[in-house]
Design a protein around this ligand. Sequence first.
Ligand code: KET
Length: 453
Amino acid sequence: MASKSFSSSSSSSGCSPASDRRISVLARHLVAENALSSSPIYASPTSSANSVFAHIARGPEDPILGVTVAYNKDPSPVKLNLGVGAYRTEEGKPLVLNVVRKAEHMLVNDRSRVKEYLPIVGLADFNKLSAKLIFGADSPVIRENRITTVQCLSGTGSLRVGGEFLAKHYHQRTIYIPLPTWGNHPKVFTLAGLSVKTYRYYDPATRGLNFQGLMEDLGSAPSGAIILLHACAHNPTGVDPTPQQWEQIRRLMRSKALMPFFDSAYQGFASGSLDEDAQPVRMFAADGGELLVAQSYAKNMGLYGERVGALSIVCKDADVAGRVESQLKLVIRPMYSNPPIHGASIVAAILKDGNLYNEWTIELKAMADRIISMRKQLFDALHARGTPGDWSHIIKQIGMFTFTGLNSEQVAFMTREYHIYMTSDGRISMAGLSSKTVPHLADAIHAAVTRMK
Ligand code: KET
């Protein structure tokens, strides 16, 4: 309607030369009159002295990515960034995997490759191979075709798309997240339209899993509620359930029709084995029930900035899965239209080629092993200094992070006095450490513990 009336009244082709002239005379007249008037018309509203955004308060830095912002501003030569979970080499440098370089080389040299838009759900090969990676090549959910996998913007984007889909189409709008969890989870799911509650997970006294609290809280969650589970290498605690505990969690959740939503951001980083780290997800997929999983290739392929990940929804049958996918497209299209092509092409090239895949697993294992060796070195260094306390959790915890137990004052002290940057909850990224920097960190922890009780 609006566009119709606009075109009929403003079409210059419908005006005679005489009426065009009349309009331009009228326009000159109006401009002259305005020039004389006491209240001038501004060229545009934003050229006024006061910004229309003047009322906006400065927002806080992100609790994790803000650590890097602070680190970058520090001129100290001994500064150390143990904030964000990003892998560094022994030399403290970011790592591009050899296998990624190889795949990129192949892609660049393939002149048949173009830069057309991908479909809304992303690269088909990438989606198939991602499902195979997390569920296993012989998985019944893949064989029976009762799964939809869509390429999303890394782990975060996959969680967000899954969250919005559930908020729109699932009968329960409450998601339970572990306490503590990755700091972005509550924000992602709240903005997706879900209501966020927590379940007990970590026991600071034992620095281990509060299994009883977890089972009680899931047991009293309303039937059908969504439960966010870290597939492996829980962030920030580094504490995972044992296989036996996972089995009990699965039974309880299925008996109450609780909907599992796995966040798999560290497949391969916990044990060094892609298959072993996928076991909890596969255990739930094997029982025939429905579930969601968000995968990220940021850490395990080092593709952080390429923003490549996948959301899979396992359904009861192929027909439901097809309809679910049609609705996922309606979530994605107005959000970012379709995902980027480069990162997904790298992943697909590696996953589909036996040799590249093997090379990847070797490089991944080397990253996981280096992190494990950092745990040992830090533990030994604290032991050698006689630092008060039991530090065995540094060795016991799994994945990229150690949840040290240091409090926010001790963290602030370490940043102030030692230029060591970490999140205020006492989490350190072990992947940011090297043999050279372990002594500096151990000195800082020793000083923080003995001086700032
Ligand atoms: N889930 C978890 C548990 C997680 O730790 C991260 C990232 C993500 C999802 C998202 O990653 P993506 O890059 O979107 O695939 N965690 C690290 C980086 C960050 O906070 O963005 C971190 O905790 O340091």
